[in-house]
Design a protein around this ligand. Structure first.
Ligand code: PLP
Length: 498
């Protein structure tokens, strides 16, 4: 493809994307393809000769979009798409400052902007995650990656601490490993469990209270038990603000105090709800004390790719002391050193996992550029999003989702066939049929296919419920009403066959 052809096809692609966005309401919410649908639609062998780009475009609708399901059609906005285009064109490699000063510094400044917009404490601007002596923000691919980075860093610190206390542990690192325990609530995301597996440490899932909130006394008791057994070295708590299941909040104020007194690293996973901090606390429902990460956290993570108009993947991680992560993962061969080494951030030490995962996924040499360049893409996205929408635009976007969720909550509350099972704080409404036919209603909704909802349960109380999540830029009051009418109609059907 030469430059003129690129111009032509690029414009056609932009038209295709704009038309695709315009067609959302006509498209099937859930595709009706069966597993294995795709292979017969494309040739069995890769083409020997290159094909005209038109052929590829012609296949998009038939092969890709027919089997596409926008599971999280949350944040891929036009400015974000344009930013991705630019960053692919620049093809920037940003593993060290010298490789692309713009890439590194843009990421640092964007993370500082974002920290200010969220009202995070001023721990975020001294070196941007590497090279500095204090805290810093860094972009990760996902909240799961951020959790794993924190697990491995905290594990490293705990082992070093133990080895300093007990010289015999230096000969036997596995001795230390077997004594490490991390804590999280029974509502924490599955990625916490996986991070524990990858880090080879035990995870204790602690019970939550009636509002699915992990409380300080529960953590303190668990730590005391482990201390009494002398079998554990206490080192990490993953606390969740806005759980995946029902958007419940751990009590950060209480937990933070326990972490401080017991010497635990306190990591806040606010993957979804963290974006709401961009609104003044009076706007949003959770109280300052239960939510605000100013309190006592050592690291804080949320996904702009969930609620801040930025295309997946984008996860923002801030560290109170970035050297704890940098020192864990630092490798410094001569070919990566430069005249400013140690004076400026070299992000390879902090988003190494993001790079690594992408390298493996893409599995091509070009992916090396893509993997580290993706940080640039994300920073570009952050610039585009914040400059296109402004803080006020992002605030009103979040307020709108909260308003729409409230609208759905009111419709459900006014209907005595249903009940709300968790306080509605943001864009998620958890509800069920009172008649305990929830799973039948859910199956009916899925077969019907006009709307797409996910079910979940509170295992401890054997409560099955349906999650209604507001997450599209294009969602309006009429869509909420439509969804409620569909649910109501299908509930009638289910109840009439009781
Ligand atoms: N943590 C919480 C609380 C979540 O809700 C989610 C995803 O929904 C995750 C972590 C995982 O996020 P990611 O897909 O960015 O790894």
């Amino acid at each position: 493809m030469d430059r003129e052809e690129f111009r032509r096809q690029g414009k056609a692609m932009v038209d295709f994307i704009a038309d695709y966005f315009a067609s959302f309401r006509q498209r099937q919410v859930v595709p009706d393809v069966r597993p294995g649908y795709l292979r017969p639609l494309i040739p069995a062998e890769p083409p020997q000769a290159g094909e005209p780009f038109e052929n590829v475009m012609a296949d998009l609708e038939r092969v890709v979009l027919s089997g596409f399901h926008a599971y999280y059609p949350t944040a891929n906005t036009f400015p974000s798409i344009l930013a991705d285009m630019l960053s692919d064109a620049i093809g920037c490699i940003g593993f060290s400052w010298i490789a692309s000063p713009a890439c590194t510094e843009l990421e640092t400044v964007m993370m500082d902007w974002l920290a200010k917009a969220l009202g995070l404490p001023p721990i975020t601007s001294s070196g941007g995650g590497s090279g500095g002596s204090g805290g810093g923000g860094v972009i990760q691919g996902s909240a799961s990656e951020a959790t794993l980075v924190i697990f491995l860093s905290a594990r490293n610190l705990a082992i070093q601490r133990l080895q300093a206390q007990r010289p015999e542990a230096q000969q036997q690192p596995s001795l230390a490993l077997s004594r490490l325990v991390a804590y999280a609530s029974d509502q924490s995301h599955s990625s916490v469990e996986r991070a524990a597996m990858l880090a080879f440490v035990q995870l204790r899932k602690l019970p939550t209270d009636g509002k699915r909130s992990l409380r300080g006394d529960t953590l303190a008791r668990a730590v005391a038990e482990d201390r009494a057994r002398d079998s554990s070295l206490f080192w990490l708590l993953i606390t969740t603000l806005g759980t995946t299941n029902s958007c419940a909040f751990d009590n950060l104020a209480e937990l933070g105090e326990v972490c401080q007194s017991e010497g635990l690293w306190c990591h806040v996973d606010a993957a979804y709800a963290g974006a709401s901090l961009i609104c003044p606390s009076t706007d949003t429902s959770p109280t300052e004390s239960s939510f605000h990460p100013k309190q006592l956290a050592d690291s804080f993570n949320f996904n702009p790719g969930k609620w801040l108009q930025i295309t997946f993947d984008c996860s923002a991680l801030w560290l109170k002391d970035s050297s704890k992560v940098v020192n864990t993962f630092n490798v410094d061969p001569l070919y990566l050193q430069h005249e400013f080494s140690g004076l400026v951030p070299d992000y390879r030490d902090v988003h190494w996992l993001h790079s690594l995962v992408r390298q493996r996924l893409h599995c091509t040499t070009a992916a090396l550029a893509d993997s580290v360049g993706s940080a640039f893409s994300l920073a570009e996205d952050l610039v585009r999003s914040s400059r296109s929408y402004g803080i006020e635009g992002l605030q009103s976007y979040i307020r709108k989702h909260i308003r729409l969720a409230k609208q759905f909550e009111e419709l459900v509350t006014a209907d005595d066939r249903f009940e709300i099972v968790e306080e509605v704080l943001f864009g998620l409404v958890c509800f069920r049929l009172k008649a305990r036919l929830g799973s039948r209603l859910y199956r009916r909704i899925r077969v019907d296919g006009r709307i797409h909802l996910i079910a979940s349960e509170f295992e401890a109380s054997d409560t099955f419920f349906i999650r209604f999540a507001v997450c599209s830029e294009f969602c309006e009051a009429a869509d909420i009403r439509y969804a409620y009418d569909v649910i109501s109609e299908l509930a009638n059907e289910v109840l009439s066959k009781k």
